[in-house]
Ligand binder design. Structure first.
Ligand code: SF4
Length: 365
């Protein structure tokens, strides 16, 4: 069954041609019917980047020497509006998505974000957000009142010099800790805390963070330093493997493995043997988890990506702005997912070329 796109006009003819090709052979989509990619993975998670800007310059994501004053960030006109994001998210939910994560850049920099959160909360999904915490103390209550369910806060160290070195920032670490407290007070608990570990910079913070948050109910997830994008100067030598991270914690606070909460959970779970809670590791480099990857990413300018390490995306914004109806949008998303075969972390080596990979600050983690 071939399909023509009921587009109001063909201003974006090249994009339209791509969509025509993509949709032409695609079998019909029934909302709610299971949708699997070429590796049998279901579409369950949507990550939405609402801005490519940030108020911090983490060395593993947005090095200041690249993302300086003159960096060509996206103009406002290129960003999806909240209405466009909500419409696309609705299509994803009808295709089986049960979890939406808002990311960036730094999502709390996007003005009136509460409006978008209220729209997405109406979709009755697990709605969460990843933030660097610098603005969280001010915004936590409004986010929760708008319908946000949980937050994940990036915090790579507790001592000021290391925290500032990792984030290349003047933001004091206390500001982020106040943000976590404000999130708890607003009912966004338990808070997940993401700590990227880079050799030579913050290994010592591994046990500090465990000591600080064990018994609090919050879960620290340690992330292996990744070769995201093409600008962070990644080397395999700078990776602290998950096994070493866990060994460091275990020496101080004995831990044991715990079964995942669900298939496709990104962080591997470990709990303290003395009952003081959990930690996690996200080991994309040494223990690839592509087999169960259920995530799609929507960039702030409306391009869809099937992998964090992708080099190319699909321009959903042009389809949407050219007048495609909901059925066509649904069809387009389904066709992309069905054709998906990504498994970057399974095939990555120290020599894997990086030049054309998209930046994490644009697509969100
Ligand atoms: S590398 Fe790509 S396919 Fe593998 S887990 Fe990450 S996002 Fe998913």
């Amino acid at each position: 069954m071939s399909r023509t796109i009921p587009l109001a006009d063909h201003r974006t003819s090249r994009a339209a041609e791509r969509w025509e090709t993509l949709l032409a052979g695609a079998p019909g989509v029934t909302a709610g019917a299971p949708l699997a990619d070429t590796r049998g993975r279901a579409l369950k998670d949507l990550r939405i980047s609402v801005t490519d800007r940030c108020n911090v310059r983490c060395v593993y994501c947005m090095p200041k020497d690249v993302f300086g004053r003159d960096y060509p960030f996206l103009p406002q006109s290129a960003l999806l509006s909240f209405e466009e994001i909500a419409r696309i998210a609705r299509a994803f939910v009808s295709l089986g998505v049960t979890k939406i994560r808002l990311t960036g850049g730094e999502p709390l920099l996007r003005r009136h974000l509460e409006r978008l959160i209220a729209m997405l909360a109406a979709l009755r999904v697990d709605l969460t957000l990843t933030t660097n915490g610098a603005l969280l103390a001010k915004k936590a209550r409004a986010l929760a009142e708008a319908g946000l369910g949980r937050v994940t806060v990036s915090l790579d160290a507790l001592d000021e010099p290391t925290f500032r070195a990792m984030g290349d920032t003047d933001t004091p670490v206390e500001r982020v800790l106040e943000g976590i407290d404000a999130a708890v007070a607003a009912g966004l608990a338990p808070v997940k805390i993401n700590a990227v570990v880079k050799r030579g910079l913050n290994e010592h913070a591994i046990v500090d963070l465990a000591r600080r948050f064990r018994g609090s109910g919050h879960i620290v997830r340690y992330i292996e330093y990744m070769d995201v994008g093409a600008t962070n100067g990644w080397r395999m030598d700078d990776v602290v493997p998950a096994a070493e991270i866990l060994a460091r914690i275990d020496r101080e606070f004995p831990i044991e493995p715990v079964d995942p909460n669900y298939t496709g959970e990104v962080a591997e779970r470990w709990r303290y043997r003395d009952g003081a809670g959990e930690v996690g590791v996200i080991a994309s480099v040494t223990q690839a988890f592509c087999r169960d990857c259920t995530r799609m990413r929507l960039a702030t300018d409306g391009r869809l990506y099937t992998c964090l390490f992708a080099t190319e995306g699909h321009d959903l914004r042009s389809l949407s702005r050219a007048g495609a109806d909901d059925a066509t949008l649904l069809q387009a998303i389904a066709a992309i997912w069905r054709a998906r075969g990504d498994r970057y972390s399974e095939i990555r080596t120290a020599a894997t070329p990086r030049s054309s990979k998209i930046e994490m600050s644009y697509i969100g983690g």
